[in-house]
Design a protein around this ligand. Structure first.
Ligand code: NAD
Length: 428
């Protein structure tokens, strides 16, 4: 097993690209560490009258191109190293889709599933209190990430406005529509990935109906892309969540899966209660249950990791049968796995491009917050498609020109744009 961490995995990808770009020592120094690492302990009152503290982070990687931007995750395993890596990926991502932001990320080490709504709200407000001097509409604009949602963004905006005595809807994005959110934000990450897949399928002259898709993770990113692809004629053959997955080589209806997930909490809910499954019903429907490990190795054309990082590794990369991997999750593939996949001719559309739809629509929300305008859903979709496909085409041109992978090419595009701004600012 490799001893890598999220940040060392980022550095490995970075190092290859800095060499391709012939980066100077000054550039290398700036990219070696985030500009700011803010840490705090959030102490809140629990419902039972006790008080409890949670480690919290805000890492600001680079703001050469604009205010820092990046989500906040609430997760037991969120730590400084992970948040640093995610902040760095955000800086590259905003540059790849050419929106005027830098990159940041936040995290609170907690398990919101074990907290009441009241306790989650207290953490959200405590986070803003702890970092209120480090964030702001023109400084650093947070957003949702794993286990954070529009309600949490609304509490955070409210707390920021209270603390600063300002009206600042654009301090944070991913808010509810009724409290300064944007149409289309909920589906933006999946839609961005969907637009890329459609463009790719068109160019390679694939018909959607002949493409089989596997999706790992059935949350915001995964469920939405499963719906979009199914509606467009692709065959979604397997989906999963933290409890496991279901596989049907003839295709699964994500709407049905969603209905059962809502009812039972799991994508396997139509067939299983916990670990007990109705084998007869499954065999009648041609359905099998699969573990998350098995799911990644299913025979398919497109694999969409949309849950966790570090799931495609040197251990399983050789057994991946998909021809295309669309990384809606952040950091699902290790650098060692990338080498194996490249050798096997698997095309990986990397996270910094594939899941950039979320931050792109966050940018539209920020613009709307600044101007007081409300964009229509059609305008959001059209602008998202334009920016994500421009990013994709810049990356594809770089792939061809340099004869490198899509991940390296996306890093080349993003980092070159960051260096251009750093030069103007006299940093390098
Ligand atoms: P989410 O919390 O809405 O959904 C996560 C899904 O993953 C859930 O279905 C959960 O059950 C599943 N999951 C958890 N552990 C799993 C495991 N061990 N195996 C398989 N599935 C598991 O989160 P999300 O917003 O959809 O984010 C998913 C990934 O996409 C993360 O890496 C996130 O950083 C990335 N991402 C999300 C957005 C966004 O706008 N939501 C934007 C960019 C990147």
């Amino acid at each position: 097993m490799s001893q890598s961490t999220p940040y060392t995995r980022f550095q490995k990808n970075l190092e290859d690209v800095l060499s391709i770009l012939g980066a100077s020592d000054e550039v290398r120094k700036i990219f070696s560490e985030p500009q700011n690492i803010h840490k705090n302990e959030l102490t809140i009152n629990m419902d039972d009258g006790s008080s409890k503290s949670f480690p919290a982070f805000r890492v600001q990687f680079n703001n050469a191109r604009g205010p820092y931007k990046g989500g906040i995750r609430f997760h037991e395993e969120a730590d400084e190293n992970e948040v640093k890596a995610l902040a760095a990926l955000m800086a590259i991502k905003t540059a790849v889709v050419n929106i005027p932001f830098g990159g940041a990320k936040g995290g609170v080490q907690c398990n919101p599933k074990k907290l009441s709504k009241n306790e989650v709200q207290s953490i959200a407000r405590a986070y803003v209190n702890a970092f209120k001097d480090n964030i702001g509409p023109d400084i650093d604009c947070p957003a949702p990430d794993v286990n954070t949602n529009p309600d949490i963004m609304a509490w955070m905006r409210d707390e920021y406005e209270k603390q600063t005595k300002t009206f600042s809807p654009h301090v944070i994005t991913g808010k509810p529509l009724s409290f300064g959110g944007s149409l289309g934000r909920g589906t933006a990450t999946a839609k961005g990935g969907f637009f890329i897949l459609k463009e790719l399928a068109d160019r390679e002259a694939h018909d959607a109906s002949e493409l089989k898709v596997v999706v790992q993770g059935f949350g915001n990113a995964g469920a939405h892309i499963a719906h979009l692809l199914h509606s467009d004629g692709y065959t979604v053959v397997a989906v999963s969540d933290s409890q496991g997955g279901i596989y049907n080589p003839d295709g699964i209806d994500p709407v049905r899966v969603q209905k059962y997930k809502q009812k039972t909490g799991s994508v396997t809910g139509e067939y299983c209660e916990g670990s007990v499954c109705d084998i007869d019903r499954m065999s009648m429907d041609g359905v099998k249950t699969v573990t998350n490990e098995e799911l990644l190795e299913i025979d398919c054309d497109i694999l969409v990791p949309a849950a966790l990082d570090n799931v495609i590794t040197e251990e399983n990369a050789d057994r991946i049968k998909a021809r295309y991997i669309l990384e809606l999750a952040n950091g699902p593939t290790t650098p060692e796995a990338d080498v194996i996949l490249e050798k096997n001719g698997v095309m990986v559309i990397p996270d910094v491009l594939a899941n950039a739809g979320g931050v792109t629509v966050s940018y539209f929300e920020w613009v709307q917050g600044r101007s007081g305008e409300q964009w229509t859903a059609d305008r959001v979709d059209l602008e998202l498609q334009r920016l994500i496909l421009e990013g994709y085409k810049s990356v594809r041109r770089t792939v061809r020109r340099e004869n490198i992978s899509y991940r390296k090419a996306a890093f080349v595009v993003g980092i070159s744009r960051m260096i251009e701004s750093m030069k103007v600012r006299g940093w390098v």
